[in-house]
Structure formats: structure tokens, C-alpha cells
Design a protein around this ligand. Structure first.
Ligand code: FAD
Ligand code: SF4
Length: 510
């Protein structure tokens, strides 16, 4: 039977059972399509990283004897639409059966179901063989529960997969070392030069320009920091274990203006494109830990395992539990527009200037920059979650909707009304000052609420809590914040709100 098998751009799993056997009657199809480049405006590094990884994957399949049909973005015969491409290849190659792997995005899942319905031949869908959990595992685990606590899910996952567990109990005595993960970094530990890969990205940039795909952001053609093959992904993982793991947990929440990556792994793109699996990452890290227990503490390793075995699988489960409604949620009824400086980095707020500029030059910020700087600012200024979502989806190298949206709309913007986060992640300038070195060189004074040089986060914070009182009145976790708000004298609160209003009306001059 002549088969056509579709491989999407984030399904680059060389270990998939599909590839165990070669068959002259099986053709693999890959395509760089405008339908994928144009649903939001993307960072140039993101488009390059995906296309280059796809081309490398197709070449590797070809090399070992699989047949691949590949459409480049600039190919004249590329129709740029999944249905049109599949239908034409089926007809040209006299295909009798169409097969694909479960997409991770709702949009593509719906599209492929509809394509299969319209096809006149048989079709079959396979698992991607990437995640620890299936799409519905989280829904089943929390069946009948109102609160979907990540920590409960994570402990179940540790036990189910026997990770850092002996006799159902956590190694080291604690399930979670979150409290040891909150150190401020002051430059005391040297951070080695980040691993980068020398490769030719110019020809792909040229193809993208020829196809007139609109992108933004910068790219360094000499030093591309992202892995685009399985071999490079494994190199990055080994580099992380050898150089960064020993401090990962400790400085997980730290913010520092002189280092873009600190002790973070930068493995998200390699994992989200499936060049490397979460199991391979966790197994490698644990083997490294077992062999180096004299130099690496359990808290560093547990902090890392939690992100992948816990958060990553949890976020995916929430996405499939809540879609498609999740994409429309705006529980706090935020309506403002994104300021222009999100596209330039031109702001006098040092924390925002650093995080936005880094997003534009690196297509990357680490978790706390995404959550407590850019996300915090977006929520305090009450920007519509659609705008925030579109920006995050376009700018980050690892942004694919299934992981971007629950993190942005849910965890960071609280637009899901508390499905993921039990309270909104908001703070005034003092938290940023505690966790970073930004404030000492900022135009604004972190301790001031009033005056021209007052840190904007301060008045915005209290104004946000006051504006959203109604939404939080039944949320016990907000009681302490609301009690502090209630202690502010009425005339002071009026001044704070006037100041915040002025800032929100003039965001681009801040
Ligand atoms: P490390 O800090 O080294 O962590 C290791 C791995 O853990 C990451 O590679 C990632 O796979 C996983 N991980 C950590 N936190 C999360 C999380 N909250 N959700 C899912 N996986 C997690 N991650 C994405 O992969 N794509 C996104 O589009 C994305 N958008 C985000 C938006 C916001 C507002 C926030 C707060 C977080 C977002 N994250 C996203 C999660 C996290 O910030 C990134 O996974 C991480 O910064 C990637 O860098 P790293 O590989 O160096 O991570
Ligand atoms: Fe950010 Fe305020 Fe600190 Fe400036 S003073 S870096 S605006 S928190």
C-alpha cells in the first residue's frame, strides 16, 4: 500500500517508531508553509531555527534511505496550505493511505481532522511518542477536582515514573525544593560562555526574505545559539549538565542584567521541536547527578526535573483540557493595547528595557523575565490577553501555542481566572529589586511611589489591586495583599491611582 506520512515542523522525533523500518512505498512529506509563518509575526530566529531543523531532519531521513518530499518556503510549486499540499501529493504519487502524528496545537488538530474527512483514501493518526503523558492524562487525574494543583500532578508523575523516588518517597526527603530556588545572583559564580553553533543561516534568511515573510528581531549569522539537529541538542544537554546544573535550582528565579541565560538550559526549542525528548533530558540529568553527588545537590536537580516532568506536562494537559475556550478567556476584563516599546525595547525602565531588548536580540528570556518582568508589567497595565499572547507567541524561540498560551494567558495574565495560578503573579518594584541588579542603574527610584522618578511598578501595582477588587474578593490567597491595600489612606490611594492612570496613558514615554 502506498502511504504518505506527514511530519510537521515540531515533530522532528528521529526516535519515532515510524522510522524503524524503511519501505519503498512510504513517502514522508514536510513543508515550510505560509500558513505557519503568518498566523502571528514571528522573530526571525524562530523561523530560521524551525526551517533549518526541518531541513536537517529531512536530510537525515534521506541519508538513511527514507523517501522525503520537501517544500521549501521559496519553492515555486509550494502551495503554502496544508490541505492543498497533501491533496496534490496524494494525487501525484497515487497514495492509498494518509498518516500523521497527533499535532500539539488545537488549530492544526482541527485542520487535520477536517482534511482527513475530505480525503477519499484511508487515514490513520499516531502518537508523537514524545511526552510522558497523553493529551487526556491530566484531565483524568484531576477528574472531579476543582483545584488543579501542579504540585499534586508532579508528585504523581515522580511516583509513576520512579524519578528521584525510593519506595514511593522523595530522595532527599522533600518533594519540592522551591524555597531553595530563590537566591539573588550577584556575579559570585562565574558563568561559562554560552554554547553556540556555527552554521550557515544566511541561505535560509535569504529564502525567507525571497518569500516575503514578515519577521522581526535580530539574528547573528556567525553565532547561532540554537541547536538545529539532534546531535547539537544532545551537545547542549551535555553542556548544561557539565556547566550549569550544579547551580540551576539555586538561581532559577534570579534576574541579572549582564547574562541573558544565567544557569538556564536553553533546551526548550530542542524539546518543543522534539529533536530531543523530555525523558532523554531527565534521564541524562539524573545519571549525571548520580555520578556527581559530591558536587551537585538534590535541590538543583529537583528544581530542573520539576520544570520538565511537572510544569511542561501539566501545561500541556491544561491546554488540551481547556481548549478551545481557553484562547478567548479574559477573566480580569483587561482591554489596553500593547505599548510600542515592546517592539523596540526603548524604555527608561531598566528591567523592561533589558527583558524586551533581550527578547528582540536573542528570541529568548528565561522564565522569571517572562513572568515577573514582562508578564507582570503587562498585567499591571491591564493589556488585553490577546495582545500579550500574540507578542509572546511571535517573539520566543520555543513559543508553540500549547505551551505558550497556558503560560502567558493563564500563569502570567491570570486571564483564565485561576485555573493555573491560584493568584496573579504581580509585584511592585521591591520584588524586582530583591531578585535582580536592575534597580541600582535604573532611571527610576524603586522606593518611590510618587514624583517624576518614581518606579512605575509601584503605583501600577496598587492601582491594579484596587481596579480588580471585585475579581479577588473571594480569593483567600489575595487576602494579605488586599488587607495591605485597604491600609492605604483614601487620599493617598487617589494620588496613586492618578499616577498609575497617567503612566498607562503615556506608556511609551516611560
Ligand atoms: P529552563 O529554565 O532551563 O527549564 C528547563 C525546561 O523546563 C525548559 O526548557 C522547558 O521545557 C521546561 N519548563 C520550564 N518552565 C516551564 C513552564 N512554565 N511551562 C512549560 N515548560 C516549562 N515555554 C516554552 O517552551 N514555550 C513558550 O512559549 C513559553 N512561554 C512562556 C510564557 C510565559 C509568560 C511564561 C511565564 C513562561 C513561558 N514558558 C514557555 C515557560 C518557560 O519560561 C520556558 O520554557 C523557559 O524559559 C525556556 O528556557 P530554558 O529552556 O532555558 O528553560
Ligand atoms: Fe524596574 Fe522600577 Fe527597578 Fe526601574 S526601579 S528596574 S522600573 S523595578
Amino acid at each position: 500500500m502506498r502511504k504518505l506520512r506527514l511530519i510537521l515542523g515540531d515533530q522532528l522525533n528521529a526516535k519515532h517508531s515510524w522510522f524503524k523500518q524503511k519501505n519503498k512505498n512510504t513517502i514522508y512529506l514536510m513543508a515550510e508553509m505560509r500558513q505557519e509563518t503568518d498566523y502571528v509575526k514571528h522573530h526571525i530566529q524562530k523561523v530560521v531555527a524551525f526551517f533549518l531543523s526541518m531541513r536537517n531532519f529531512a536530510e537525515a531521513l534521506n541519508k538513511v534511505g527514507h523517501q522525503v518530499i520537501y517544500f521549501k518556503i521559496s519553492d515555486n510549486e509550494n502551495q503554502h496550505d496544508l490541505e492543498k499540499i497533501i491533496t496534490r501529493v496524494i494525487s501525484d504519487k497515487k497514495i492509498e493511505k494518509f498518516e500523521y502524528q497527533l499535532p500539539d496545537e488545537y488549530r492544526l488538530d482541527e485542520q487535520l481532522k477536517s482534511i482527513c474527512k475530505n480525503l477519499k483514501i484511508e487515514s490513520k493518526v499516531y502518537d508523537t511518542e514524545h511526552f510522558y503523558t497523553s493529551r487526556n492524562d491530566l484531565t483524568n487525574f484531576f477528574h472531579g477536582k476543582k483545584i488543579l494543583l501542579m504540585e499534586n500532578f508532579y508528585r504523581m508523575m515522580r511516583k509513576r515514573h520512579h524519578i528521584l523516588v525510593i519506595n514511593e518517597q522523595p530522595i532527599g526527603g522533600k518533594w519540592n525544593y522551591d524555597h531553595s530556588n530563590r537566591n539573588k545572583y550577584k556575579g559570585e559564580i562565574a558563568i561559562p560562555k554560552p554554547l553556540s553553533f556555527s552554521k550557515d543561516v544566511l541561505s535560509i534568511v535569504n529564502d525567507i526574505q525571497m518569500a516575503d515573510v514578515k519577521t522581526f528581531g535580530e539574528i547573528d549569522a556567525e553565532n547561532f545559539p540554537w541547536p538545529t539537529t539532534r546531535k547539537e541538542s544532545i551537545e547542549l544537554l551535555d553542556y548544561f549538565c557539565t556547566n550549569l546544573l550544579a547551580y540551576f535550582g539555586e538561581y532559577q528565579d534570579a534576574l541579572y542584567s549582564e547574562h541573558a541565560y544565567l544557569f538556564h538550559s536553553r533546551l526548550s526549542f530542542a524539546m518543543n521541536s522534539k529533536m530531543i525528548s523530555p525523558k532523554e533530558v531527565i534521564d541524562t540529568v539524573i545519571t549525571y547527578f548520580n555520578n556527581n553527588q559530591d558536587t551537585i545537590e538534590i535541590s538543583q536537580v529537583e528544581g530542573f526535573v520539576r520544570q520538565i516532568l511537572g510544569w511542561r506536562e501539566y501545561i500541556r494537559g491544561i491546554y488540551w483540557k481547556e481548549m478551545p475556550n481557553y484562547a478567548k478567556m479574559n477573566a480580569l476584563d483587561n482591554q489596553n493595547k500593547l505599548p510600542d516599546f515592546f517592539w523596540t525595547g526603548e524604555t527608561k525602565m531598566k528591567c523592561m528595557q533589558h527583558a524586551i531588548s533581550q527578547s528582540l536580540t536573542e528570541a529568548y528570556t528565561h522564565h522569571i523575565q517572562r513572568l515577573m518582568i514582562i508578564g507582570n508589567f503587562s498585567l499591571l497595565t491591564q493589556i488585553h490577553p490577546d495582545e500579550v499572547d500574540a507578542w509572546y507567541l511571535g517573539v520566543y524561540i520555543d513559543a508553540i501555542e500549547w505551551v505558550e498560551m497556558p503560560n502567558t494567558r493563564g500563569m502570567s495574565q491570570y486571564a483564565d481566572g485561576g485555573i493555573i495560578a491560584t493568584k496573579p503573579y504581580v509585584s511592585s518594584g521591591s520584588y524586582i529589586n530583591k531578585m535582580s541588579n536592575y534597580c541600582s542603574s535604573c532611571h527610576y527610584k524603586v522606593k518611590n511611589k510618587f514624583g517624576e522618578n518614581a518606579c512605575p511598578f509601584n503605583s501600577l501595582y496598587w492601582n491594579f489591586l484596587d481596579d480588580k477588587r471585585e475579581h479577588f474578593k473571594n480569593n483567600q490567597r489575595m487576602n494579605m495583599m488586599m488587607a495591605l491595600l485597604n491600609k492605604i489612606k483614601p487620599d493617598e490611594l487617589i494620588r496613586i491611582k492618578e499616577k498609575a492612570q497617567y503612566i498607562m496613558e503615556n506608556l511609551d514615554s516611560y
